[in-house]
Design a protein around this ligand. Sequence first.
Ligand SMILES: O=C(CO)[C@H](O)[C@H](O)COP(=O)(O)O
Length: 207
Amino acid sequence: MKLQFAMDTLTTASALEWAAAAAPHVDILELGTPLIKSEGLAAITAIKEAHPDKTVFADLKTMDAGELEADIAFAAGADLVTVLGSAGDSTIAGAVKAAQAHGKGVVVDLIGVADKPARAREVVALGATFVEMHAGLDEQAEDGYTLDTLLRDGKDAGAPFSVAGGVSVDSIGSVQASGADVAVAGSAIYSAPDIAAAAAALRAAIG
Ligand SMILES: O=C(CO)[C@H](O)[C@H](O)COP(=O)(O)O
């Protein structure tokens, strides 16, 4: 299972600092949606230039204009971009078209989708590289939130998937046991006092 570091920050400078600390321990460097909204496509280029050996993931959360938004992010250096699973099939197909033109990939984020396994199968048929079983920061703050539903949906999907939703050193083992291809960790790394140590601990937990 691969490890993805979601850098939910507002400045390219802090993302570069975080990425430098975590890079030895992670496979995928994610530019969080707030970072891209704050700094624009230049942030993608900065991270890719600093870490050409890493998969750079631009969390665009595209809902419309799939081909256009994906194209500009790939041109800026992204290897993977996200499109929302609640977007129309034509939006997802458009992003896949751009990915094929660049030799890159599309991840479909199933945040807010009621039947995630069914939508996962549909979007993989449209050409998505994998889906993200995702509970966002707001859903994580709701009473009684656990990762369990995401892990069950991943197992049921029959499609390649990542899991994002407050993955921690305590829960990453259950993510791996679910058969996930990628574990995404944001706050478990960037909120830790030592980013390198937190990323290393997650890596050690999954071997
Ligand atoms: O995409 C996101 C929020 O929409 C986050 O980047 C994702 O949820 C991972 O961060 P965390 O581990 O803190 O949940």
